[in-house]
Design a protein around this ligand. Structure first.
Ligand code: FES
Length: 124
């Protein structure tokens, strides 16, 4: 395994991201609630630069006990999604899954934090 240096920990603010490139591949590293998530910057739809899209709070519809909608709300946990800038496909930042079609997902990488620096683990 090879590790790619991404940034010093304090370089990526919570809610922020950094896109790095290596060997013709771009990888977006996101920080949310102190955790890091890394995804290939290539949308599974048509290859758009998904990691450079808007980050938006997850939206959910709340239902009452009779399954009647009480409207659309932002998720209370502050969870965020990434929106591909080309056609608007929306992916869960933590899982990489498309919000409406779980089989459509981003390609992920393991992230390591060591001695104040963030690395992405590249496949051999
Ligand atoms: S390429 Fe990402 S939504 Fe189409």
């Amino acid at each position: 395994m090879k590790e790619l240096f991404v940034a010093a920990e304090n370089e990526i603010a919570d809610g922020g991201r950094k896109v790095v490139a290596t060997g013709g591949v771009e990888i977006g590293v996101f920080r949310s609630d102190g955790n890091y998530y890394a995804w290939r910057n290539e949308c599974p739809h048509q290859g758009g630069p998904v990691c450079q899209g808007v980050m938006t709070r997850k939206v959910e519809e709340r239902l009452d006990g009779e399954r009647k909608s009480s409207g659309i709300h932002y998720a209370a946990d502050g969870h965020r999604n990434i929106v591909c800038p080309w056609h608007g496909y929306e992916f869960d930042m933590k899982t990489g899954r498309h919000v409406g079609h779980a089989a459509t997902r981003l390609r992920g990488y393991q992230v390591k934090v060591r001695d104040g620096a963030v690395y992405v683990v590249l496949p051999a």
